[in-house]
Design a protein. Structure first.
Length: 135
């Protein structure tokens, strides 16, 4: 038994197909994927989750914009189905990027196979601060 290898039921891995389409100044992004997640509570157990999301990014100016997103996950376990709605606002000033967002789970419950899907909370808020630099 080699717990560090794919297929061991102990290593988390995900694959995704991403697509993006511009419509005027807005951008539509879509994601289809599969995640194989090891169970942190039981050795040799895993959950395979199908993931889909769509996001619309709308710029107000060159430095300020917003987004809305629907993120869903489902798998073969009874309580895998989740649907989250997210919305956020972000802006750039100089070499800094600041983004804030809120999310609410509209389908599914708080049970999560692991913390991998950011879907176990009823709601959440986030703040991201990024400093861009060149190497």
């Amino acid at each position: 038994y080699m717990p560090a290898y794919l297929g061991s039921d102990a290593t988390d891995v995900s694959f995704a197909l991403l697509a993006s389409r511009h419509a005027g100044t807005a951008t539509l992004r879509m994601n289809l994927g599969l995640a194989i997640v090891g169970n942190p509570r039981e050795l040799g157990s895993q959950d395979d989750i199908y993931i889909a999301s769509a996001a619309l990014l709308i710029p107000f100016t060159d430095d300020l914009g917003t987004f809305i997103e629907a993120y869903g996950a489902d798998g073969y376990k009874e309580r895998d189905d989740k649907l989250l709605l997210r919305a956020g606002l972000g802006g750039t000033t100089g070499c800094w990027r600041i983004e804030t967002h809120g999310a609410v789970r509209v389908v599914g419950d708080g049970w999560d196979f692991g913390p991998a899907f950011d879907a176990s909370e009823d709601w959440s808020v986030g703040l991201t601060v990024t400093h861009r630099f060149r190497l």
